[in-house]
Design a protein around this ligand. Structure first.
Ligand code: HSE
Length: 370
């Protein structure tokens, strides 16, 4: 049986991964050791079959080296600290990682198997060992329009994103709730039916968002009753790092021979855990809309094609619907007034499932098949 070491199982992505691995009975295929950065020697709280009852030290290179596969959701700092040291110590196993640290390394593969299983299989045959989950927004977009990408129908894409608080982390999600409470508690303290005074209430809300006690130590700014049109660091070319990832990662996932330009503006909104994206897709030629629908629908079993009407869009094409759900709703699909090769689409997906945990656990199964 393959020896699997898991690091970072307690964080938000780790918890979602543990839920999914338990639901799919993944642990039965492995002898699993849970590693911890802070609780070595304590009892392993995860009820997984064939697992070591004691937590091991996540910095113990010789213990990690005994594993056939290490799967980490511990974050980029851990990867930076441990991965190179482990390789230098002669680790020959597989490294599966949720963090972005190794993603663009030459020998690392970005894993999104419904889109690039052929790339993953080729990498395994080439003895590559590093398999890294993609940026959530990129993975969700590619699952949504995998059919158009696979048929080589796409000339370029703009992706305008509406990204949930979860992408920033658990503390940020908590802070969003605190921000909402700070405002609603204050403006609704004497009643909730405020429509007669709503212009004054809106002025009060603005003052509260600027109040020195307004909770914003994580986001740095109000997200509640607001949006933040910048995600991640600033690059010299005017893009945010999150915007840069779309083109760089998508083309790496596909191993495209000809680069597909992808660019847009990434925006944080007050959804909890699902990222949405409005796409403009420039097609290489005029493809009838029913063929486009079929390509999108038939590409993978998770795409949920939403008819382009108001009620279906409001019901199924939302973060609320997609939350906790492996489905990838894709809708608002129509030709744009810009011309017959310009396609409009909107898509949503759970940032913690397909955007983070799911490709990692599926990689374990690909290793079992290998
Ligand atoms: N960078 C993403 C975000 C999450 O901030 O929403 C991780 O892919």
């Amino acid at each position: 049986m393959m020896k699997l070491g898991i690091v970072g199982w307690r964080g938000m992505v780790g918890q979602v991964l543990m839920e999914r691995m338990t639901a799919e009975a993944d642990f039965k295929h492995f002898e699993t050791t849970f590693f911890s950065t802070s609780q070595k020697g304590e009892t392993n709280p995860i009820k997984a079959p064939n697992s070591n009852p004691v937590l091991q030290d996540a910095y113990d290179i010789s213990a990690l080296k005994q594993m056939d596969v290490i799967l980490t959701c511990q974050g980029g700092d851990y990867t930076k600290k441990v991965h190179a040291e482990l390789k230098a110590a002669g680790f020959k196993g597989f490294w599966i990682d949720a963090a972005s640290t190794l993603r663009m390394e030459k020998d690392a593969v970005i894993i999104l198997d419904p889109v690039n299983k052929n790339v993953i299989k080729t990498a395994l045959l080439n003895n590559q060992k590093e398999f890294i989950g993609g940026n959530c927004t990129v993975s969700l977009m590619m699952l949504a329009i995998g059919g158009l990408l696979e048929s080589d129908s796409v000339e370029w894409i703009t992706s305008m994103t509406y990204q949930a608080a979860s992408g920033a982390g658990a503390r940020h999600m908590n802070e969003l709730l605190k921000q909402m409470k700070f405002v609603t508690d204050a403006v609704m303290s004497e009643g909730e039916n405020l429509s007669d005074q709503i212009l004054q209430v809106e002025k009060n809300v603005k003052v509260l968002l600027g109040d020195p006690k307004f909770p914003k130590e994580n986001f740095g700014y109000p997200l509640a009753f607001n949006l933040l049109p910048w995600i991640d660091s600033e690059l010299d070319n005017g893009q945010s790092k999150e915007e840069w990832k779309a083109c760089a990662e998508a083309n790496k996932i596909l191993q495209s021979k000809t680069l597909i330009p992808i660019d847009g503006t990434c925006v944080r909104v007050s959804a909890m855990r699902c990222h949405s994206q409005a796409l403009t897709i420039k097609l290489k030629k005029d493809i009838p809309i029913d063929e486009i629908e079929s390509m999108i629908r038939e590409h993978n079993q998770w795409v949920k094609f939403i008819p382009n009407n108001k009620s279906s869009s409001m019901e199924f094409l939302t973060p609320e619907y997609a939350s906790g759900n492996l489905e990838i709703p894709v809708g608002r699909v129509r030709k744009m007034n810009l011309g017959p090769t310009y396609l409009n689409a909107f898509t949503v997906g759970d940032q913690l499932l397909w955007g983070a945990a799911e490709p990692l656990r599926r990689m374990l199964h690909i290793l079992l098949e290998h």
